[in-house]
Design a protein around this ligand. Sequence first.
Ligand code: ZN
Ligand code: ZN
Length: 335
Amino acid sequence: MPANFAWIRPEPWGIHVVPADHWIDPSRPVDQALVTHGHADHARGGHGTTVATPETLAIMDLRYQTREGATPVHYGETIRLPGGVDATYLPAGHVLGSAQILLEHAGEKVIVTGDYKRRDDPTCPPFQVMPCDVLVTEATFGLPIFCHPPIEDEIGKLRTALRDNPDRCILVGAYALGKAQRVIAELRRAGHRDPIYLHGAMEKMCRLYEEHGIDLGELRLVAEAANKDALRGHIIVCPPSALNDRWARRLPDPITAMASGWMRVRQRARLKNVELPLIISDHADWGELTRTVEEVNPAETWITHGREDALLRWHQLHQRRARALALVGYEEEDD
Ligand SMILES: [Zn+2]
Ligand SMILES: [Zn+2]
């Protein structure tokens, strides 16, 4: 393999594309950033210029109100960076606007996946498999115990609980960017036509999804409900942090649910007093991670933010080259 890909360098605060002096998902402000998606641990404010999909730029604009220096790149579009580096944004299937970034320089191809999944998601186009020399993959759920069930099963549990408890409401904790809208869109796909209530903190992101053509059906704010009883028999979506707070205690006898890949781990559900754990993740599970490596078939895999060890071992067992990157600042909140 040529020259160890010296033109692309993992540093603790991001991946440096050296000839172009651009940084991918840097965790501190830089002059020139390439951003994979809008989750806060990947998309930070304060960069000089930001190259991202129009959807990701809209999400960043909503969160940081920093739109100057924004360069939109559509899926499949290639832009030429300084130093002879081409960057192409490809769908990652993670959340609205999420992209893998394909970098090409001196005949070498590197893909940085950002966060991704391989499951169908009505809120974003599916992950695109693209052959490359180096695949930089996340490994949030990089252990064989993580096998996400079909989302239809989890949505089915939610609807069954609703039907069996007409006098209560179901409070679903879901990350405000991506998870909340996917859960709502999947409920609609399963035939749930009733209005879905939102915690106030979810409203703007849901409206942004709607502005980008994602149909979420009738949404209402909890604060606008005529009275407490109007919420009985309904689903309410809130940020995970609101599940056990004072706001939640004013709801009529809520069943506490949480949509997260971590709900596979019972202690996590118990810790958050979750009665109805829903294993719904926007990250690749073990099977999706390994299948992706096989399909992309890179000469070498670089593994970031997650459980690197098992995936490294899997590479060894399958005679594949891999290394773990020590990037800092990625959190689990967008699970
Ligand atoms: Zn993410
Ligand atoms: Zn991440």
